[in-house]
Write a protein that binds this ligand. Structure first.
Ligand code: IMP
Length: 423
């Protein structure tokens, strides 16, 4: 039995979906504990290629139950589309998918406010996915949220919606946006309720029993450490706690029950949206990485910014999350680069500085110091044995282990489930 955790070690898009899918084969439960449909976990398996936004990635395994924990914010329309897509592949979700009634709902005004806030911030915008994530979490924190449990009770839902619309319509009017109508929202949401009610169940005792009965449990992190609301590059972050610590609040699991905390990092680095990125590559090399790596958002299709692996950031992620192991993904993307760099540390005005010393403005000013590696120039795609890797790759991998102090357990050499080296 093990309680495994998968957390993004960078700015999201680390290839968590593939590792989660691989690990969930042996999992009795897969649980999401934060974020919403800003996430897009790509899974390629015998059923096809999927970008899952809300349903935990373990859904494809016949014996695995999946739980959307209370820390997740839900856009019901997207969730229902995902359920429909899975049912088309003959994947039944009955008694397999559980949704916590404590989850907060992404309401139509949250999505409108997300884009209005971004517009108002102009050049200083965060570059959100536009899915209403930030406004939903801010309503949760300020006691203005509407939860799945409220939707299960028409009276409670209507009462809360009425109060929220009386506030939100005033804001929307001020910002020059359309007014929202209570009856139309109720019609849509009561229809949603009929379709999701069979999945709504408080999962606390289910999870507690699973832990007691020594079941295999996998916690599926979304986004990445550097997008964490507290420890990321604020305000270029997301609304949730992305870190290991978020599991306690977002899934009701005590931290001392966790066995393996696996950090997922790409062999290079990407970022979508705005914010500082010390190792970002200029057009030529950046474009090559983007093209070879297929670095376009699974959720929004936006081109991702690309750069070299940044050990200063990875070391921070290892420490704050307490990673016990690392998985390095998309190694094969670097196959045809004559030179590969790793940023070992930063300096500012000639002095060594650390990521946690400052904020986003500080990070925009630091100077990355690089170590250069000779490229391996040979295909690594699909390799499943460590011994079959070129010598230069082994050196690269060993250097990451040495600099972070965390052992690498998995190396992903392609998008397919079996394209992986287990160490
Ligand atoms: P939000 O989560 O939509 O509010 O977006 C806030 C920031 O997080 C933006 O920079 C997004 O691009 C980024 N972001 C949110 N979710 C993901 C993700 O799953 N992968 C990568 N970036 C993300």
């Amino acid at each position: 039995m093990a309680l495994n955790v998968v957390i993004g070690a960078q700015w999201g898009d680390e290839g968590k979906g593939k590792i989660i899918d691989y690990l969930s084969e042996r999992s009795d439960y897969v649980i999401r504990f934060h974020g919403g449909n800003n996430a897009g976990h790509t899974v390629i398996n015998k059923f096809g290629k999927f970008a899952l936004h809300l349903v935990p990635s373990g859904i494809f395994h016949p014996k695995t139950k999946v739980i959307i924990g209370n820390g997740v914010v839900i856009d019901l329309q997207i969730l229902l589309e995902e359920i429909k897509m899975l049912e088309k592949c003959k994947i039944s979700l009955k008694n397999k998918l559980f949704i916590s009634p404590r989850c907060h709902l992404i309401m139509p005004y949250h999505k409108l406010l997300d884009s209005l806030h971004e517009k108002a911030k102009g050049k200083g915008k965060t570059g959100t996915t536009g899915r209403g994530i930030g406004p939903t979490y801010s309503d949760k924190v300020s006691y203005n949220g509407i939860r799945v449990a409220d939707l299960m009770n028409s009276k409670s839902f209507s009462k809360k919606l009425k109060i929220q619309l009386s506030i939100k319509n005033k804001i929307l009017k001020t910002l020059g946006a359309i007014q929202l109508n209570q009856k139309s929202i109720e019609k849509v949401f009561f229809d949603f309720r009929e379709k999701i009610k069979l999945y709504v169940r408080e999962p606390f005792s289910l999870i507690q029993n699973a832990i007691k009965n020594k079941k295999n449990i996998l916690l599926e992190g979304a986004q990445g450490t550097l997008l964490d609301n507290d420890w990321g590059t604020y305000p270029f972050v997301t609304g949730s706690t992305v870190l290991t610590g978020g599991i306690n609040a977002g899934a009701g699991i005590p931290i001392n029950k966790l066995d393996n905390i696996i950090g997922i990092a790409k062999a290079y680095l990407t970022r979508v949206g705005e914010g500082p990125f010390p190792t970002e590559l200029a057009e030529d090399l950046g474009k090559k990485l983007r093209t070879v790596g297929g670095e376009f958002g699974a959720t929004t299709g936006r081109p991702r910014r690309c750069g070299w692996l940044d050990i200063e950031l990875l070391k921070f992620a290892c420490y704050i999350n307490g990673f016990t192991k690392l998985a390095i993904t998309k190694l094969d993307v670097l196959d045809n680069f004559p030179e590969i760099k790793i940023c070992t540390h930063y300096t500012l005005r000639g002095k060594k500085v650390n990521y946690a010393d400052g904020d986003a403005n500080f990070l925009a000013k630091v100077k990355p110091v690089y170590k250069t590696f000779k490229g391996w120039g040979k295909p690594t795609k699909g390799i499943t044995k460590y011994n079959n890797l070129p010598l230069e790759v082994k050196e690269y991998i060993k250097e990451i282990e040495k600099l972070t102090g965390v052992k690498i357990k998995y190396i992903s050499t392609g998008a397919k489930r079996q394209e992986i080296i287990k160490l």
